[in-house]
Design a protein around this ligand. Structure first.
Ligand SMILES: CC(C)(COP(=O)(O)OP(=O)(O)OC[C@H]1O[C@@H](n2cnc3c(N)ncnc32)[C@H](O)[C@@H]1OP(=O)(O)O)[C@@H](O)C(=O)NCCC(=O)NCCS
Length: 172
């Protein structure tokens, strides 16, 4: 399997982003929201992953002073469970460190157990709940956070995941 090639998302990627978004979420973000994110939100960092030229996944963070908030993460169904989100999240957490973030946080639907497993593998733990947070179905959000990004424990988790990725793809 070819290794995913990472690059910052640009507006040229947004047709492919829409394809992934629409098959991944019950309440997809419109392309206009991504355009705003990429062109006017100076806190936003979005990364895409390509395999054989096709965008197979993307994710993003907002760098809010000492906190990096994971805004989204999605992978084409055909490419799931092959480590693409892991590669993306490793890069986003590195970007968070480069941006001076102390911890990373995110919100995830209580029903989204698959995504929660990914985040648990990265050391995110549940620290709270936003009641009826999602407008489309009134579902709660779990609030999750990492340990300090520079803590030995967090760095060890990511080093182990990076080693698995390198084993899987030959290189990251
Ligand atoms: C969640 C999502 C981004 C994961 O992407 P992915 O590329 O398949 O994830 P990875 O292959 O890197 O998985 C890493 C680990 O996460 C966990 N995981 C991911 N998907 C899982 C699933 N369907 N079932 C169980 N565990 C899962 C596993 O521990 C997995 O490691 P393993 O495959 O070695 O067991 C993808 O399923 C997706 O796009 N879902 C729809 C959109 C979404 O829910 N996004 C998150 C919003 S908060």
């Amino acid at each position: 399997m070819p290794a995913p090639v990472l690059a910052p998302l640009t507006v040229k990627d947004l047709d492919e982003v829409a394809v992934i978004e629409n098959v991944s979420f019950t309440a997809p973000w419109p392309t206009s929201a991504y355009t705003t994110e990429l062109t006017t939100n100076r806190l936003a960092r979005y990364v895409g992953a390509r395999m054989s030229g096709t965008l197979v996944g993307f994710g993003g963070i907002w760098l809010m002073v000492d906190e990096a908030h994971v805004t989204t993460m999605a992978v084409l169904p055909a490419n799931r469970r092959s480590g693409v989100a892991t590669v993306l999240l490793l890069e986003l957490l590195q970007e968070a460190r480069r941006g001076g973030a102390r911890v990373a946080t995110l919100d995830v639907r209580v029903s989204n157990v698959d995504a929660q497993r990914l985040y648990l593998a990265f050391g995110f733990i549940e620290v709270g709940r936003r009641i009826r947070y999602y407008d489309d179905n009134g579902e709660d959000a779990l609030v999750m956070t990492t340990a300090e990004l520079e803590s030995p424990a967090q760095l060890a988790i990511e080093a182990a995941l990076r080693a698995r990725v390198q084993e899987r793809f030959g290189h990251e």
